[in-house]
Ligand binder design. Structure first.
Ligand code: NDP
Length: 248
């Protein structure tokens, strides 16, 4: 039977790489986006051109009713999902903690933390054997920032990813007996648009000399780790993390 995957923020960057790889691995792919409809449509078109099935849905993960609508759209089009990548995430302009206001901090936390909790909740309601499901697998897209702290840039973002790691650990234990595995991937410096949204498009180039492997990573290198954790190859792996960071 075909497996159904939902990837939040699957229209661009790491999420798009996950979507395209998942399709190549035979998944039916649902992606969500918040604003860039054209990018999401291009991912869906690429999957369909290659003979796969895909759906894109506009849904802000920080909006509870939008998340509920997103999962219902997946139910209606394809059925109960087997896999979720909580990938959607944001950061804000680089600054020190003493410069941050509550609006900024809450925006980061609501998207990166609340959004991931809401999507995990909806996934568990469909996957858990407690609710008549047949199990599944969840991957949370964390960051090496959760461990390194992102000083002088975005400690609020790093803190949101540390919260996501706690969600991974706690939820993995909560649902381990219900045939659901929950793991995390912690990317390092990856070539995507997210750095421009922090005000420094060239951030990976500036910092790559601090990476032991002396380069930034590509989205596909992160996607491979996420898809492995979702797969049956990782059948005894839960509450675990893979750092995809070139040693940084
Ligand atoms: P991008 O900025 O390239 O893409 C982010 C994606 O998230 C977009 O598809 C965007 O949708 C979506 N998104 C943003 N906000 C929301 C929202 N409120 N609701 C739904 N979707 C939303 O980022 P990356 O690909 O670089 O990052 C993906 C994940 O990887 C993030 O969680 C990020 O924190 C994490 N990460 C990235 C690293 C890197 O170096 N790139 C390093 C460590 C972690 P839309 O296309 O509509 O704008």
């Amino acid at each position: 039977m075909e497996k159904i995957i939902l990837i939040t923020g699957g229209g661009r960057g790491i999420g798009a790489a996950c979507a395209l790889l998942a399709a190549r691995q035979g998944y039916v792919v649902c992606i969500s986006y918040v604003a860039d409809e054209a990018a999401a449509a291009a991912v869906v078109a690429a999957i369909e051109r290659a003979g796969g099935a895909a759906l894109s849905v506009q849904a802000d993960v920080s909006d509870e009713s939008a998340v509920e609508r997103l999962f219902v759209a997946v139910d209606k089009r394809f059925g109960r999902l087997n896999a979720l990548i909580n990938n959607a995430g944001i950061l804000s302009a680089q600054m020190r903690v003493e410069q941050m206001d509550a609006t900024r901090i809450n925006r980061i936390l609501t998207t990166n933390v609340t959004g991931s909790f809401l999507c995990a909740r909806e996934a568990v309601r469909r996957m858990s054997t407690r609710h008549g499901g047949s199990g599944g697998s969840i991957v949370n897209m964390s960051s090496r920032g959760a461990v390194l702290g992102s000083p002088g840039e975005y400690v609020d973002y790093a803190a949101s990813k540390a919260a996501l790691d706690a969600l991974t650990i706690g939820l993995s234990k909560e649902v381990a007996g219900e045939n659901i595995r929950v793991n995390g991937v912690r990317p390092g410096l990856i070539h995507t648009d997210i750095h421009a949204s922090g005000g420094e498009p060239g951030r990976v180039s500036r910092l790559q000399s601090s990476v032991p492997m002396a380069r930034g990573g590509e989205p596909i290198e992160v996607a491979k780790a996420a898809l492995w954790l979702l797969s049956d190859e990782a059948s005894y792996t839960t509450g675990s993390f893979i750092d995809v960071s070139g040693g940084r």
